[in-house]
Design a protein around this ligand. Structure first.
Ligand SMILES: [Zn+2]
Ligand SMILES: [Zn+2]
Length: 257
């Protein structure tokens, strides 16, 4: 299930650097745009970096860029409101943490999620990109950004796909109605009351039968789908996984995940 992301470092002329490329000289800061070569200044080309800086390069000179070159893009997700969850994913432990983050996103926002373990996703196929850990827009706080997360967040910025960055730990609060802890994107009313997507009536319901019912995240092999209890029982049987324990199994096997 776990696949090591395969990145190719290639040397290409500066003129061929495109949005999403990560220059090896500036690790973790993807290119979000580039101005065409000005004929008056043939030896200049301006790259707009995701962190807001500008980077001048020579279009004729070779630059080492990181991009996944040998894997085709995945098919677009089935559900239009699917969020792509990205973050550190270079070790099995990091992938497990990222998968746990995707569980929380589906649990709290009630939408489908796909866990990105490589850059083979077209961010424009998704309703948004959720970043876990260091972020281009929220700050890396001194930590090195994972190259997959850097490329996908950079591409999301370039394509104007909404980015949900990690909120401050102090923002987390329980829903005033049902108590579900809101750690991803805490929504407060004008009166500072906290309500989860379910209690606001914003959760889209079961992604299988479309019933406007209470849902739980079910692991689909690539991410999580919000499903009502009857649909969840069927899909959990189809997709045996440590992420798909029934409530009883979870209670009796506390360290399974
Ligand atoms: Zn609630
Ligand atoms: Zn259902």
């Amino acid at each position: 299930m776990y696949a090591q992301p395969t990145h190719t470092f290639i040397t290409i002329p500066g003129a061929d650097i495109v949005s999403g490329d990560v220059l090896k000289r500036l690790p973790g800061v993807p290119v979000v745009g580039a101005d065409p070569v000005d004929p008056e200044f043939p030896h200049s080309r301006t790259l707009h970096m995701a962190d807001g800086s500008l980077y001048f390069i020579d279009p004729a000179q070779g630059y080492v860029v990181a991009r996944e070159m040998n894997e085709p893009f995945r098919a677009a997700p089935l559900h239009a409101n699917t969020l792509l969850v990205t973050g550190p994913c270079s070790t099995p432990t990091e992938v497990a943490d990222l998968t746990a983050h995707a569980f929380d996103v589906t649990d709290q926002l009630g939408v489908n999620t796909i866990v990105a373990t490589s850059t083979s996703h077209l961010v424009s196929d998704y309703a948004g990109v959720v970043v876990s850990g260091p972020s281009l827009t929220a700050g890396a706080k001194g930590r090195q950004m994972d190259i997959v997360a850097a490329v996908l967040e950079g591409e999301a910025i370039a394509h104007r796909v909404p980015v949900i960055v990690p909120q401050a730990v102090t923002e987390a609060a329980p829903c005033d109605a049902c108590g579900q802890r809101q750690t991803i994107a805490t929504v407060r009313s004008h009166y500072e009351e906290v309500f989860c997507a379910d209690c606001r009536g914003d959760a889209p319901g079961c992604s299988w039968c479309l019933e406007d019912d209470e849902t739980e995240p079910v692991y689909t092999g690539t991410g999580f789908a919000p499903m009502c209890a009857p649909c969840a029982n069927v899909e959990k049987a189809r997709q045996p996984s440590a992420w798909n324990l029934t409530a009883l199994e979870r209670a009796t096997a506390p360290d399974a995940v």
